[in-house]
Design a protein around this ligand. Structure first.
Ligand SMILES: [Cu+2]
Length: 145
């Protein structure tokens, strides 16, 4: 009997650890560390089930996924302009995202959920304006951290 109680206690103690998911903050900035408008940090590594909280630190930005730059079957996301948005990533892979009004100025970022399995497909997406060069930088950082 006491052994059974002890087993239950051990099982109960393990539940919070197993269920624990992390939340990572990403700021939307008008003067990001890369120079201009950007996300900080621009690359985040998380695990399946974790959440990214995109924070509207500066006004006039949003965060939304880019078509073709999310894993097959993953849900696209789009935050409202000037507002925080919270996204939980339930499918592993690489997610490229943008600020809609500043996409062509290179305001883009990457979320890596476990492993960037769809990296080659994401790299093949054609990018407007300065987003092309910015993504080249980010993929370089991702491949050679
Ligand atoms: Cu923006």
């Amino acid at each position: 009997m006491s052994r059974m109680i002890r087993s239950l206690a051990v099982a109960a103690a393990m539940i919070p650890l197993a269920a624990q998911a992390a939340t990572v903050d990403v700021k939307m900035l008008s003067h990001a560390p890369n120079g201009g408008r950007g996300f900080d940090p621009a690359i985040v590594h998380i695990h399946t089930g974790d959440t990214v909280h995109f924070i509207a630190s500066d006004p006039g930005h949003n965060a939304q996924s880019i078509t073709g730059m999310i894993p097959d079957g993953a849900t696209a996301f789009a935050g409202k302009m000037g507002q925080d948005v919270t996204v939980t990533f339930s499918k592993p892979g690489l997610y490229g995202y943008k600020c809609l009004p500043h996409y062509f100025l290179g305001m883009v970022g990457l979320v890596v959920v476990d492993k960037p399995e769809n990296e080659e497909a994401a790299k093949a997406v054609s990018q407007p304006g300065a987003a092309k060069q910015r993504f080249e930088q980010l993929f370089k950082q991702l491949d050679h951290p």
